[in-house]
Write a protein that binds this ligand. Structure first.
Ligand SMILES: Nc1ncnc2c1ncn2[C@@H]1O[C@H](COP(=O)(O)OP(=O)(O)OP(=O)(O)O)[C@@H](O)[C@H]1O
Ligand code: SF4
Ligand SMILES: [Mg+2]
Length: 1018
């Protein structure tokens, strides 16, 4: 850095000292370098003391880097300037001066997940009525937190929101509904603020809001900071939000302060609804006298990369400053590079497997390993444990692994690449992609915690028992599980039974088991392993009762189980990494316990589950990886401001990049948005433009080589994907043709997992009655994801009980009773001659109520009430004594060789003169979309069997969505029926052949096994 010779404009920007300064410039033109040099220049020229300089950046990483760069230029022992993110700056101010506005300086700062736990604790104190969550509150609270955070970003106070709500029109029913909802939200917002104050908590949004409040209310405090800072500098200015801007503007008092902001509108990737150019325009308006400098010399990349990126970003015209302000953003490469044949290249692969293989192949070539790996089969050369395989690096190679970055749009897209890199023994480091809680060594600990708070969590139990330290084989697991099932016990209870103990109340030690059944099923290693596990759980439960810390319990768990030692047996990079992750996890637990002294393990696990669900997972410790020579894997968002000699932008297909547009579930009212949206603003347009800027950020990270890669088929590869539109734009040609000839071969393989592990978790020698009785929901699960099928029906890891399922059963059975009574009344059977009344119906409901799976008794009673209302309406609108139910809950089964397909039809109504029937299936969830119903094969399949087995003439089929009272007809034409049957037979065949290839994707979000499945994409 110290060697760089600033160009004329950069020099001007560094030395300008007359007033405010705006630098707008494209990627890699030295904006960050200018800020750093300005700081150094101010100090060296004695224009101000270091403590009089405030530099604000966007991410912790960026601020660390800036500190380092300044550090390098300064003499040892100099006083440090204030270089930090907006949030840590505010944190520092509030800890010191927050007491002026009544803030306890020792407040605890809540992350999003902590805010969730906090709100959840007070859920029933919130003034919610119509919005009160009926089902699982997690999603609702999540949306609520996002909503609050958006309000904070726009500097909307609770009182302002309430005032806004009150003034809303209430004439029409729609207006009234909107008013009610907004009022409720605004009051909840206020309550949330109060609760935070009462409990000395603040969230991230508050940091800025409260600092603003402090400065607004206490002129003396504001003056103190105004006096302190003479220079204010802001990097990545394009991405600051409304409140951050207000903060800057408050701090800056006329000419007393010199404000420098640097930014690039083409790199705005965190702007609300893509208000990319608004900051810079507003700045110009507010500070018309500010000097404006444009930099066009790029010191990072080859010209080819710059040109391609430029062709891409021009597609955002006219919503770019280059257009509106006539600023030249076309970059000229200034760095010296040797000629290269191919700088920007496209890899068009037929499927995901080939894409990952080719990317990793290319990495091996770039680092000089390709020839090596072709000489013999790669697994012999490269240690299959991964990182240790590559200790000596070929000196001839042009690039080191750490020179290479693999950028993904979503964390989950990294997984196949990680697998392939591991398989080939290529070292890698993850930055942000897949955080700590997704690391396998941490997932095991999380499973243990889950069992401590809920021993019936069978999925966690499966994960826990799969840990090597207990010596249990898959066969043994299946055996115990089968036994548990037969006796209708949870696995945990089954173990208690076999060991003849009551965990949590055992006196003395848990010894080996005497039960002959256990001795027959398990070998001696497994017996001692499980004894050890039970002993640990027993001790832990006792300690929980004694109010001991979570940390203490966890520490004993990893020690006594031998888990920690298992990583220390062999000193490989991977093992050390695992240990450091465990350490990090423990530190987080410690911090949680310190910040929440009144919390307990139940709340902690809830918090952890939420973090995992919303993906708020701390990044794995990178500091020790900084110098480690490994391929960098990070998200495009996380790559902001960084640079690498070689960049791979992968998975460039539509729906992945650009991603699908997901708007806020609870949007804030337009009128409260202070940000100026572009003139040509449109919701869908702005999403693609934002994604295009993100793509631009990714591409401009590359210095020498940029690889763009995409495949035609992903996941189960049923339908082909279109290449990303950005590929056409950046390459300035239609790439579609390059994907045309590509055909997928046979069954899809997931990158580089060897087939055995990949096909099935269960070893081949374990004989399983994989499939005897087969139901539609099995077929459905198999179609969703074969791996999910394996978990659910082969390993039989039971799914969590949930309230949706319980409610569904209740309604099914209630309706069955209703129509049975109607049918009997018509047949004059059993002395029942009167058709059922509403009172009867509610009686059936009461009798059939299933109460498992509800979060709390409050939630249960709410749902029960709702169900009652629903049934009343049903009775009034949908039920009629004229209905002619022929059969109810009609079961059937059909043999296919060794397997039997079994199903149950909820209701069969006679609809025609000649006994023609219509089959009806009740659904309790949300109404499925038309498209989903078209795809659905359940009723066509049932129609086949109703005809073949029951000899009925089925002329119609429909779903009855009980909650919304909608009836939806299903197509049961011959074509649909044939297809349904074909699918069924195919699935049965595949299952017999143990084809359990995971097909991760959107479905993982709703899959109960996503916390134990290594392929999960969440
Ligand atoms: N005058 C110069 N001479 C040589 N190298 C330079 C010069 N100015 C900047 N660089 C180098 O160019 C690279 C890009 O600089 P920098 O990261 O500051 O750009 P930027 O404009 O902040 O980029 P981005 O928009 O991606 O944040 C860095 O490696 C930096 O050291
Ligand atoms: S998490 Fe995803 S990949 Fe894994 S079993 Fe579930 S659906 Fe399949
Ligand atoms: Mg920068």
């Amino acid at each position: 850095m110290s060697q760089i010779r600033l160009n004329e404009n950069q020099k001007k920007a560094v030395e300008y000292n007359e007033g405010d300064l705006l630098i707008i410039a494209g990627a890699g033109t030295g904006k960050t370098a200018v800020i750093t040099q300005r700081i150094v220049n101010i100090i060296k020229k004695d224009l101000a003391k270091p403590s009089e300089i405030l530099a604000l950046t966007f991410t912790e990483k960026a601020s660390e880097e800036m500190k380092e760069r300044v550090d390098m230029e300064m003499e040892y022992g100099y006083e440090e300037p204030w270089i930090s993110t907006f949030h840590s700056f505010c944190d520092r101010v509030l800890r010191e001066d927050g007491y002026h506005i009544g803030l306890d300086g020792d407040y605890s700062l809540m992350s999003g997940a902590q805010a969730y736990i906090f709100l959840r604790r007070f859920l029933y104190d919130l003034p919610l009525d119509t919005l009160k969550p009926r089902g699982n509150p997690t999603k609702f609270l999540n949306d609520l937190i996002k909503h609050f955070s958006r309000l904070q970003d726009e500097d909307v106070s609770d009182d302002e929101y309430i005032k806004y709500a009150k003034a809303l029109p209430k004439k029409t029913p729609e207006e009234k509904a909107n008013y009610e909802k907004t009022k409720e939200l605004s009051e909840t917002y206020k309550k949330y603020s109060q609760l935070k104050i009462e409990n000395s908590k603040i969230d991230f949004g508050d940091l800025i809001i409260l600092t603003l409040k402090l400065f607004r209310e206490r002129a003396d405090v504001l003056e103190k900071y105004r006096k302190q800072f003479k220079y204010i500098l802001v990097d990545e200015f394009q991405d600051t939000n409304y409140t951050q801007n207000v903060l800057i503007n408050i701090l800056k008092d006329g000419n007393r302060h010199k404000l420098t902001v640097v930014g690039d509108d083409d790199q705005a990737i965190y702007k609300f609804r893509g208000a990319a150019i608004s900051n810079i325009l507003q700045f110009k308006e507010k500070y018309p006298k500010a000097m404006e400098i444009v930099l066009t010399d790029n010191y990072r990349s080859r010209q080819e990369i710059l040109d391609s990126s430029y062709t891409l970003i021009k597609h955002n015209n006219p919503n770019r400053l280059e257009e509106t302000e006539k600023i030249d953003k076309k970059l000229v490469a200034r760095a010296a590079f040797k000629p290269d044949e191919e700088v920007v290249s496209l890899i068009a692969a037929k499927d995901e497997y080939t894409e990952t293989e080719r990317v990793v192949g290319e990495i091996l070539k770039l680092t000089g390993y390709a020839e090596h790996s072709q000489e013999s089969s790669n697994s012999q050369i490269f240690d299959d444990k991964g990182q240790s395989g590559f200790l000596e690096l070929s000196s001839k190679a042009k690039y080191k692994f750490k020179d290479i970055a693999l950028l993904v749009r979503a964390n989950s897209h990294a997984e196949p690449f990680i697998q392939e890199l591991r398989n080939k023994g290529v070292p890698y480091k993850l930055g942000g992609a897949r955080g700590l809680y997704f690391r396998p060594e941490i997932q095991n600990i999380v499973a243990f915690l889950r069992i401590l708070v809920d021993y019936s969590d069978e999925i966690a139990m499966y994960r826990l028992l799969s840990m090597d330290v207990w010596n249990l084989t898959v066969r043994e697991y299946i055996e115990i599980n089968r036994l548990a099932r037969e006796q209708k016990l949870t696995l945990f209870e089954e173990l208690e039974k076999l060991w003849d103990v009551k965990i949590g109340e055992v006196e003395g030690e848990i010894k080996d088991v005497n039960n002959p059944l256990a001795v027959k099923m398990l070998d001696s290693h497994a017996i001692s392993g499980i004894s050890n596990l039970l002993e640990i759980i027993d001790n832990s439960l006792k300690r929980i009762k004694d109010g001991r810390s979570i940390l203490e319990i966890l520490y004993d768990f990893v020690k006594i189980s031998g888990y920690l030692d298992s990583f220390l047996e062999e000193e490989s990079g991977e093992n050390l990494f695992a240990v450091s992750n465990i350490q990090k996890f423990f530190e987080l637990v410690k911090k949680y316990e310190k910040d929440n002294p009144d919390s307990n393990i139940y709340e902690y696990v809830d918090y952890l589950n939420y973090c995992i669900e919303v993906g708020e997972s701390p990044v794995v410790d990178q500091s020790q990886l900084e110098d480690f020579d490994g391929v960098n894997i990070l998200t495009v968002h996380g790559s902001k401001g960084l640079e690498f000699p070689v960049v791979f932008l992968v998975n460039l297909v539509s729906q992945r990049f650009p991603s699908q547009n997901r708007s806020d579930a609870i949007p804030i009212p337009e009128e409260l948005i202070k940000e100026t949206l572009g003139e040509n603003f449109s919701e869908s347009n702005s999403h693609v433009q934002e994604e295009r800027r993100l793509f631009y950020v990714g591409a401009t990270r590359a210095m020498e080589k940029l690889y763009l890669t995409a495949a035609k088929y992903y996941g189960d590869g049923k339908s082909s994907k279109k290449p990303s539109v950005f590929l056409n734009e950046i390459l300035d040609r239609d790439v579609g043709e390059e994907f045309v000839g590509l055909v997928k071969e046979g069954g899809m393989k997931i990158a580089s997992m060897d087939l055995e592990t990949y096909e099935s978790i269960v070893p081949k020698d374990v004989k399983l009655d994989v499939i005897k009785k087969f139901s539609y929901s099995q077929l459905h699960t198999y179609e969703d994801c074969p791996r999910k099928y394996e978990y659910s029906y082969v390993l039989r890891v039971p799914q969590k009980p949930n309230s949706t399922l319980s409610f569904g059963t209740t309604i099914h059975n209630t309706l069955r009773d209703l129509y049975t009574a109607l049918k009997r009344s018509k047949e004059g059977l059993e002395g029942v001659s009167n058709p059922p009344t509403l009172k009867d119906l509610l009686g059936y409901y009461e009798k059939n109520w299933v109460s498992s799976g509800y979060e709390s008794s409050k939630q249960e009673s709410l749902k029960k009430k709702e169900g009652e209302e629903m049934l009343k309406k049903y009775y009034e609108k949908m039920y009629s004594e004229d209905q002619s139910p022929l059969r109810l809950e009609e079961s059937f089964s059909v043999h296919f060789g060794e397997s039997v397909f079994a199903g149950k039809i909820d209701r069969i109504d006679v609809v025609g003169e000649k006994g023609e029937v219509c089959i009806v299936d009740y659904k309790t969830g949300k109404v499925k979309s038309e498209a989903n119903i078209k795809k659905d094969l359940q009723l066509p399949l049932y129609a086949v069997f109703a005809q073949e087995k029951l000899g009925l003439n089925v002329v119609g089929a429909k779903y009855l969505f009980v909650e919304s009272m909608e009836e939806i007809e299903v197509d049961i034409s011959q074509k649909r029926k044939d297809l349904a049957k074909k699918k069924l037979l195919e699935a049965i065949d595949n299952i017999r052949e143990r084809k359990f290839t995971a097909t991760p994707g959107f479905v993982c979000n709703f899959c109960d096994y996503n916390s134990v499945c290594e392929f999960a994409e969440i």
